[in-house]
Design a protein around this ligand. Sequence first.
Ligand code: LMG
Ligand code: NDP
Ligand code: PMR
Length: 402
Amino acid sequence: MALQAAALVPSAFSVPKENLQGKSSASFRDSSLFGVSFSEQLKADFTNSSAVRCKREYNLRNGAVRAQVTASAPSVTRAAPDGKKTLRKGSVIITGASSGLGLATAKALAETGKWHVIMACRDFLKAERAAKSAGISKENYTIMHLDLASLDSVRQFVDNFKRSERSLDVLVCNAAVYLPTAKEPTFTAEGFELSVGTNHLGHFLLARLLLDELKKSDYPSKRLIIVGSITGNTNTLAGNVPPKANLGDLRGLAVGLNGLNSSAMIDGGDFDGAKAYKDSKVCNMLTMQEFHRRFHEDTGIVFASLYPGCIATTGLFREHIPLFRLLFPPFQKYITKGYVSEEESGKRLAQVVSDPSLTKSGVYWSWNKDSASFENQLSQEASDAEKARKVWEISEKLVGLA
Ligand code: LMG
Ligand code: NDP
Ligand code: PMR
């Protein structure tokens, strides 16, 4: 059925065989409508610990949220009544947990009772309402303010987190903006084009600054996850819908994406909001691999990215035209079969956070039509090690780390 989608689309959207690198089934295998129960897969060998109780202090006037840990730091393992050693509750930061994939993942993890979720969000009240309406119980989450479109805010968030003395076991870089109808670029506080500035540069600084916290954690499976997407991968049908991702020679990124003395686009071309988003996803996937190359062996931290499926109903499409928002979900459900519900996507990302079988590092996960995870192939550009190194080095300069 999924293959029929290919027959329906104009040839402009079909992928030349040579571009598929012999992986022609990958994009179609991504398509899934039928979920299976994930409770089996989520049965990690962890149990609950109530050792950490968190008292939250909200300073709404300043937009700052401070978390205070009032109990002693928990040890990694403790003896259960049956004598088996069990894991303490894990601590996971999820950026953009106030809606869509991030919220669904927070819910899926919190429901296991094995995770405390730090919801890193730009809109505190929205996040609080979202957590409540998703039914996440109070002891399983903390909201902390983070605006990825401001590097000061990223640094402030990291300071606040460190002060909370909570351990960091998993970091999920999930938040994103998508501005497909923008005619002119808009910018972050530091003057970077907003999509790349938020989705890539904000997360780049956050992940770099939190790496030490991950290193310090005594949790047995420490992970850093950066959400990618199929639309950044030109070895798929979806990645060939124009405008296509292309970082070019990085000339725009190198001079700061500010639209003044340079283009607002990474490749130095004319502004296109949809392309900027797809480029930012390529940066996310390259960054994950560069982290893996630089730090996996020494730290044991698992670095991963994923395409969670097409979650056609999320807030990501809020800026798209109403006709698109109306047609996109049925198009993905009935034609491409790439649609997944928010709930299903949340279970997928929760697997990447905590499933004991998804511990391979440097990997881009996807799910097949039976909702089974598999290691997917990235496009040539999204797996270009030389480009990854250059993106890393330029990004370091832009965010003030080099
Ligand atoms: C670009 O335009 C902009 O140029 C760029 O700046 C940026 O914004 C970018 O990615 C963002 O978009 C893309 C533009 C055309 O897309 C739109 O904004 C229009 C909305 C397109 C929505 C896609 C779904 C269309 C499919 C409709 C069918 C849904 C019905 C479902 C019901 C199921 C019932 C069983 O984007 C294009 O790519 C144009 C391509 C147009 C060709 C359409 C292709 C065909 C797909 C096969 C569907 C055939 C079904 C026909 C049914 C028609 C019923 C009305
Ligand atoms: P949503 O718009 O529902 O969620 C995005 C989240 O990011 C929101 O919580 C939003 O906050 C937050 N956010 C945006 N800007 C900032 C910022 N400056 N600082 C902090 N948080 C911010 O979209 P999705 O859930 O769909 O997207 C989540 C991830 O999934 C993204 O990385 C996206 O690229 C990826 N993805 C999505 C797909 C889909 O089909 N939807 C497919 C493939 C990947 P607020 O609630 O305040 O707006
Ligand atoms: Mg796409 C197997 C086919 C497939 C899949 C899995 C997606 C996912 N898309 C597919 C096919 C097509 N899309 C086809 C054939 C078309 C032309 C009609 C098409 C169009 C389209 C548009 C206009 N698709 C889109 C848009 C968007 O604006 C979305 C986007 O590119 O955001 C960057 C989008 C998406 N399609 C997807 C997914 C997952 C998206 C959402 C964005 C993302 O990657 O995060």
